[in-house]
Design a protein around this ligand. Structure first.
Ligand SMILES: Cc1cc2nc3c(=O)[nH]c(=O)nc-3n(C[C@H](O)[C@H](O)[C@H](O)COP(=O)(O)OP(=O)(O)OC[C@H]3O[C@@H](n4cnc5c(N)ncnc54)[C@H](O)[C@@H]3O)c2cc1C
Length: 412
């Protein structure tokens, strides 16, 4: 029986393990953390076929520079004398054009819809994680933002995504329970959401049932390579052997791959979230407050607010209060009925999105190491794209034809 070790037990590693175990493979996941609170847990839980335009797009650099000078803005690049940062920025600059967007949209859409289909399958077997298909509201309160959102919505519509364009009154009719201070919204009816923490708990119990070994607090130290193949993993909990290996280590994938001489361009995009319980009135549909890029997700009785993208390093765990204030202010502007207070630092979760300079994930067999597969770089869509990515990893490892074309999902 084929054996596989997956390095990284975030949502990408867990979904890869799930589909590999279904193929009858013996799977072990090692993770350096206690697998309880990483990027895959506190995220906004949105499943977003609406997100067809990659982060690298025309205008993004101009907007990014403007935001760099506003301490409360949703975007920041932490300056550093680092070759990794420099080469990432050069690649990002090269990809931020319309040609790149044009060739990325269809592959992204296909990956997203494939993933949503797989989420539906999970939910049909046991919806223990609050999966709901209520769509996603992109709320805006300025004419300029409205124009941009409408343009994006029209492009999505042309690609077969179901979209409603709502004026102020129509937004009010949809979100009846709470006053919404917005000029209008684009409602992507294709989108869905769930509770990430509950979905991960569900996946872990499925994996346990299927005999997958999950080893937490187990950090990769090095690899033993022989004849172009990984022969052994050296970890703080001893050495492990397997036929095949998967790197799914999120924003740490760069340092893991580097030990094998494999170069990946990924930087962590730090973001925050916090939960507010017991609101008397609350939004019912997952929403992005466009001017602040703030995500609002109703999860059971809780509402989760999240945002900011700080391109930084994996050691930068500091909570930036000014940026958090930016999130809180936007929430209070858009929802005058609720008064959200700045949360205490201890109540704020942070996570590192693994960001590639193309804005596309990497799902590929390594060209350098024969028994290595890489699945990472999902940035702000890792939850959304995880089941499809996991299934594709299993197809690659089993030598099957992949369910969708993955040519664009390669490292650069
Ligand atoms: C504020 C915020 C909101 C978000 N909202 C959404 C959303 O609504 N929808 C969506 O689709 N996505 C969202 N995301 C993005 C999503 O959370 C990520 O894309 C996703 O969690 C990445 O998963 P991953 O498995 O690749 O990485 P991770 O979850 O980071 O997992 C990688 C794992 O690898 C382990 N690891 C690293 N190095 C080693 C090593 N040397 N040895 C062993 N183990 C190692 C780590 O401990 C970690 O557990 C959001 C992110 C943030 C920050």
């Amino acid at each position: 029986m084929k054996s596989v070790i997956i390095i990284g037990g975030g949502i990408i590693g867990l979904c890869s393990a799930y589909y590999l175990a279904k193929e009858g493979v013996t799977v072990t996941i090692i993770d350096k953390s206690d697998m309880a609170d990483g990027c895959s847990y506190g995220n906004a839980g949105m499943i977003v076929p609406s997100h067809i335009i990659p982060m690298a797009q025309p205008g993004v650099i101009h907007q990014g520079i403007k935001w760099m000078f506003n301490a409360k803005s949703p975007f920041y690049i932490k300056p550093a004398l680092s070759l990794d940062l420099l080469s990432w920025l050069i690649q990002f600059y090269k990809n931020s054009n319309q040609d790149h967007v044009n060739k990325s949209m269809v592959p992204l859409r296909n990956l997203s819809f494939f993933s949503k289909e797989l989420y539906r399958e999970f939910a049909q077997s046991a919806n223990e994680f609050g999966y709901q298909e209520k769509g996603l509201l992109m709320l805006y309160n300025s004419e300029k933002m409205g124009e941009e959102e409408l343009k994006t919505g029209k492009v999505a519509e042309e690609l077969g995504i179901e979209v409603d364009f709502l004026n102020q009154q129509e937004v009010k009719e949809l979100e009846k329970n709470i006053a919404v201070n917005a000029l209008g919204a684009v409602h992507y009816k294709s989108d869905a959401h769930l509770s990430p923490n509950h979905f991960i708990a569900f996946l872990k119990s499925e994996l346990n049932r299927m005999g997958v070994k999950l080893i937490s607090n187990c950090s990769l130290v090095d690899f033993k390579v022989s004849e172009g193949k990984i022969a052994e993993l050296l970890t703080n909990q001893g050495n492990f052997k397997a036929d095949e290996f998967v790197i799914a280590a999120g924003s740490w994938s760069v340092e893991v791959a580097k030990k094998l001489g494999v170069k990946l361009h990924i930087l962590p995009g730090k973001g925050y979230s916090f939960n507010v319980e017991n609101l008397i009135v609350k939004p019912t549909i997952p929403t992005i407050l466009c001017e602040g890029k703030v995500a609002v997700t109703p999860i059971g009785e809780t509402v989760r607010f999240g945002g900011t993208m700080e391109i930084t390093n994996n050691n930068d765990t500091k909570i930036n209060i000014k940026r958090l204030q930016g999130i809180v202010e936007k929430v209070n502007q858009f929802y005058p009925d609720i008064k959200v207070n700045l949360p205490e630092k201890e109540k704020v979760w942070h996570g590192f999105r693994p960001c590639t300079p193309t804005g596309l994930p990497i799902i590929e067999k390594s060209k350098r190491i024969k028994n290595l597969t890489i699945a990472t770089g999902h940035a702000m869509m890792g939850l959304s794209l995880a089941p499809a990515s996991g299934k594709l990893v299993s197809e690659l490892l089993m030598g099957k034809k992949t369910s969708i074309d993955i040519t664009e999902f390669r490292s650069c």
